[in-house]
Design a binder for this molecule. Structure first.
Ligand code: C2E
Ligand code: MG
Ligand code: MG
Length: 439
């Protein structure tokens, strides 16, 4: 049987599948609707049938043995084309259906009346229909009842879909929560077992290619010798308790590394550490982050100029904003430099650039990597470099991977940069091995 597809067929199928109602279990309410339809129209056969790309599924039926039939044979293809019911008084005499296996075959259907089931305006996922094995007519009252029943069926299918969607999402959410709790626990154990470490990525003055410092990047050492980068344990870094503990570890470890390099006579410049917002939260019985930094560097007899603090916009604008601003101001006043990390990826307005406490803007690597092929990204990077300079801030480009990016950054006057082209993050032992090659 050749049939027309509804104009919105793709959307219609998407909606049908999103309702997730093409499942084998019976629905007593839909069964009852079909019963009422058959009784009121005095028909032996009836169904609520849903039409997908290949099949007509009998979601509820009376008098039919099949659970589904190929779409090619479905009268319903015509019923869903518009919102009016389809009545076929005698299928044998209707050229559209006279060769249909339902008419010619053992079912020997002659009469059909179907009302589309519309779950959203214009989206008809199937029909409620009544059938007979002899030619018939249907009076207006019976037809009106079928329309009401089709509306009830649409409502029921919508509800079932919503319930399923809710079940699906809550189960998924539960699984996600369980997985992240497991990850946070594993990270806490790993921290206690000393399985975290810092990798160091060099940072350069671009014009001279002189190394000016290192960024400390957290890594989780695995049993097989590999390491995980923060994206793999982001949930743990978002957990306030773990984040504070790992923050203290990172601070202590970076200071200890700085001392080791200093003692070894290695001119490392500075080490920048990344700090999360929960580290700034005031906690009873615990030193504020700024005090912790000042005390730790003082105890190690390390100059504040040796330590940079990197914070993202999320930290600068976080709920603990006041504590953050106050503590960053304190740190800057003491001589620690503060970097505004990943600049351009958030939503900070330009007013923030003027008001927040920082010394350096780090342009996110995504802009740097895109700028050679995209005029828009190039314009953004140029604008940020100019803006930073006019505000009296240093500017660091992140994620430099190619000579072309490097040349463009130098040309536009970007002071500093880091990236795989200049040096990848490596363990401290790796850093000292390449000291001889440092540019
Ligand atoms: P970030 O602070 O912006 O660090 C730069 C990221 O870019 C690092 O990813 C680094 O490995 C990567 N990178 C550097 N050069 C290139 C390059 O040329 N190409 C590409 N594709 N990537 C490059 P990593 O180490 O995976 O760290 C991701 C983020 O995790 C960091 O972004 C930082 O926000 C956070 N993070 C790292 N260490 C710590 C930490 O100790 N504490 C906290 N709270 N966050 C940390
Ligand atoms: Mg950073
Ligand atoms: Mg960054």
């Amino acid at each position: 049987m050749a049939y027309l597809l509804p104009q919105n067929e793709r959307v219609r199928l998407d909606k049908l599948h999103s309702l997730a109602v093409l499942t084998p279990e019976d629905d007593p309410i839909l069964d009852t609707l079909v019963e009422i339809g058959c009784i009121s129209a005095k028909m032996p056969i009836g169904s609520i049938a849903l039409l997908d790309a290949e099949w007509l599924w009998f979601k509820a039926n009376r008098g039919l043995t099949e659970k589904k039939i190929p779409r090619d044979h479905a009268f319903c293809n015509y019923t869903i084309l518009d919102d009016t019911p389809l009545v076929i008084p005698d299928a044998e005499k209707d050229s559209r259906f006279s060769d249909n296996p339902f008419v010619r075959g053992k079912e020997h259907i002659r009469f059909y009346a179907g009302v589309p089931i519309e779950v959203e305006p214009g989206i008809r996922i199937g029909c409620l229909c009544v059938l007979d094995r002899k030619p018939r007519e249907l009076d207006r009252d019976a037809m009106q009842i079928l329309r009401w029943l089709a509306d009830c069926a649409a409502e029921r299918l919508r509800q079932r879909g919503n319930a399923r969607l809710l079940e699906f999402f809550s189960a998924r959410r539960r699984d996600q929560l369980k997985a992240s709790l497991k990850m946070i626990d594993a990270a806490k154990i790993a921290l206690a077992q000393n399985a975290f470490t810092l990798f160091y990525q060099p940072k350069y003055e671009l014009r001279t290619r002189r190394r000016v410092g290192f960024e400390a990047l957290l890594r989780w050492r695995q049993a097989d010798g590999s390491t995980l980068a923060p994206a793999a344990f982001a949930e743990a870094l978002d957990d306030p308790e773990f984040s504070r503990r790992i923050g203290s570890y990172v601070l202590a470890e970076a200071i200890s590394q700085a001392k080791t390099w200093q003692r070894a006579g290695f001119e490392f410049g500075h080490i920048a550490i990344n700090v999360s917002s929960s580290q700034f939260a005031n906690e009873e019985g615990k030193m504020a982050f700024a005090d912790e930094v000042m005390v730790a560097t003082k105890c190690a007899s390390l100059s504040p100029s040796r330590l940079h603090i990197e914070v993202t916009e999320g930290v600068l604008l976080s709920r603990v904003e006041n504590h953050v601003a106050k503590q960053l101001a304190q740190l800057r006043a003491t001589g620690f430099k503060v970097a505004f990390d990943d600049f351009g990826t958030g939503f900070a307005s330009l007013i923030h650039l003027k008001e927040l406490e920082y010394d350096q803007i780090k342009i996110d690597g995504s802009f740097v990597r895109a700028m050679i092929s995209s005029e828009g990204d190039m314009a953004i990077v140029k604008a940020v470099v100019g803006l930073a300079r006019n505000l009296g801030k240093e500017v660091v480009a992140e994620g430099i991977e190619t000579e072309a990016e490097l040349s463009a950054l130098i040309e536009m006057g970007c002071g500093y940069g880091q990236g795989y082209l200049l040096g990848r993050p490596t363990a401290a032992s790796g850093v000292t091995e390449v000291v001889g090659n440092a540019k």
